[in-house]
Design a protein around this ligand. Sequence first.
Ligand code: ATP
Ligand code: MG
Length: 137
Amino acid sequence: TERTLSIIKPDATKRNLTGAINKKFEDAGLRIVAQKRIRLTEEQAGRFYDVHRERPFFGELTEFMASGPVVVQVLEGEGAIAKNREVMGATNPSDAAEGTIRAEFAESVGENSVHGSDAPETAKEEIAFFFSGLEIV
Ligand code: ATP
Ligand code: MG
């Protein structure tokens, strides 16, 4: 089985959607094996999204990610990385398939409710960014 890092973003925690989003994960066969609610600083959000540092939306993204609480979580299951991205839907909610989290809940391409790791290597790094091994059960 595989693990991936998921973040329920501030637009979603603000609208009390944590449970509705977790239901989508669990219904898809993903198990929440670690979870905590935290508030990131802009500096921490910038370190997490470091690959996007040169993108025009970087400032907007880090400001948004620090604007309220997030729920960081580790999801586990067969093909968890791809499965999670399928459940999330496309980055831009207007491109997201019906029934996906972003189609149902996202407000815009920036405020798009969830993050999910995109590959095994990044999943490993992103999980280690937030969790120690003892916190994942
Ligand atoms: P994530 O990495 O959050 O799971 P993703 O892999 O679908 O999303 P990326 O291309 O990695 O998309 O972009 C990271 C995040 O940056 C997006 O989820 C979104 O919040 C923000 N973002 C991406 N493109 C834009 C844009 N054009 N304008 C504003 N914000 C954007
Ligand atoms: Mg990404």
